[in-house]
Design a protein around this ligand. Structure first.
Ligand code: DCS
Length: 282
C-alpha cells in the first residue's frame, strides 16, 4: 500500500522513522483518525482543524493547511482504493539528538498518513458491547490528541483482559471518558456527557452527536456525571470515529437499565447513519 510521508507518496515498505524521532522517543507528537465511507472522508475538516489545534497547543509548527491536508488525504485514499476504513495521520516534533527540551524551531516535523480498511462494527452496533470502569491515571491535558497514550493503553488493556470492549475512566468519582472514546448516559430521556475541558478529548463524533441532539429535539447536557449516575442510567453508549454510536449494555458485569439497547441510542444511531449518508452520499 502507499503511505504519505514528509511530503511524498511512497510504498509502505520504504516508510522508515529515525531512531531519534521525538515521536518515537518522547511520544512528542499528535495524531488523528479520520473515517472513510464510500471512498470519501467523513468530517475531515473537523478532524484536520483539531490536528492544527493540537499542533498550536504543543507549539509543533505544522506546515500544511486543512485544505492542503485534505487534498493529500484524498489522493492517498484514491491511490489505495479505500472504500470503507480510516486514514491514520500523525505529526511529531521531528528528529533531533535526544534532549527533553524542544529542538530548534526550524526542525522539520515528521509527517505520516496511511490508510487502513476498517469495516463498520455492525454486529457490535446492533447488539451493544460491554465495559468496565477504571481509574483515569492520565495527565491533565487530555484535550490534546497526543501520542502520549500510555494511560489510554493501560486502560484499554484492562478492558481486554476483562473480555470487555472499552474501559470507562473516572477521576475521583467523576466519569471522564473511555480509553479511546467519549462516554454518554441517558436518564429520563436526557442525554449527558462530560463537558469539553482538559480532562477529555473533545471527540468529533461527540460534537456531531450534540449537533444531532440539538437538531432533533433530544435534550442534551454537557456536564460531568458520577459513577453512581452511570450505574443508575437508563442507557449508556460510547462514541468515537471508529465506533460511531456504540451502545454499552453491561458495565462491570451488571446490565445497564433493562440490559437491552434503549430507544434514544437507537434514534441517535439512525441520525448518525443519516449524517454519514448525507456527507458521503453512501
Ligand atoms: C481518548 C479519546 N477520547 C475520545 C475519542 C473519540 O474522539 P473522536 O470522536 O474524534 O474519534 C478518542 C478517539 N480516538 C481515536 C478514534 O479511533 N481510534 C482512536 O485512537 C480518544 O482516543
Amino acid at each position: 500500500s502507499i503511505v504519505w510521508m514528509n511530503g511524498a507518496f511512497i510504498d509502505r515498505s520504504e516508510a522508515k522513522v529515525d531512531i531519534e524521532d521525538r515521536g518515537y522517543q518522547f511520544g512528542d507528537g499528535i495524531y488523528e483518525v479520520i473515517r472513510v465511507y464510500n471512498g470519501q472522508l467523513f468530517t475531515a475538516n473537523e478532524h484536520l482543524e483539531r490536528l492544527l489545534g493540537s499542533g498550536d497547543k504543543l507549539s509543533i509548527q505544522i506546515g500544511y493547511s486543512v485544505e492542503e491536508f485534505k487534498g493529500l488525504l484524498e489522493q492517498l485514499i484514491e491511490k489505495n482504493n479505500l472504500e470503507t476504513g480510516i486514514v491514520y495521520m500523525q505529526v511529531t516534533r521531528g528528529v533531533n539528538s535526544r534532549n527533553h527540551a524542544f529542538p530548534a524551531e526550524d526542525t522539520p516535523p515528521t509527517y505520516i498518513a496511511y490508510t487502513k480498511e476498517v469495516a463498520r462494527p455492525t454486529e457490535q452496533l446492533d447488539n451493544g458491547v460491554t465495559a468496565i470502569t477504571v481509574e483515569d491515571i492520565r495527565w491533565s491535558r487530555c484535550d490534546i490528541k497526543s501520542l502520549n497514550l500510555l494511560g489510554n493503553v493501560i486502560a484499554k488493556q484492562k478492558a481486554t483482559e476483562a473480555d470487555c470492549y472499552e474501559s470507562i475512566q473516572y477521576r475521583d468519582l467523576t466519569v471522564t471518558e473511555g480509553s479511546s472514546s467519549n462516554i454518554w448516559i441517558i436518564k429520563d430521556n436526557a442525554v449527558k456527557t462530560h463537558e469539553a475541558n482538559q480532562f477529555i478529548l473533545n471527540g468529533i463524533t461527540r460534537q456531531k452527536i450534540i449537533e444531532l441532539c440539538q437538531g432533533n429535539d433530544i435534550e442534551v447536557v454537557e456536564a460531568a456525571f458520577t459513577i453512581e449516575d452511570l450505574i443508575d442510567a437508563d442507557e449508556v453508549f460510547l462514541s468515537s470515529t471508529t465506533a460511531e454510536v456504540m451502545p454499552i449494555i453491561s458495565i462491570n458485569n451488571v446490565p445497564v437499565g433493562s440490559g437491552e439497547i434503549g430507544p434514544v441510542a437507537r434514534k441517535l444511531q439512525q441520525l448518525f447513519q443519516d449524517a454519514i449518508e448525507r456527507e458521503c452520499n453512501q
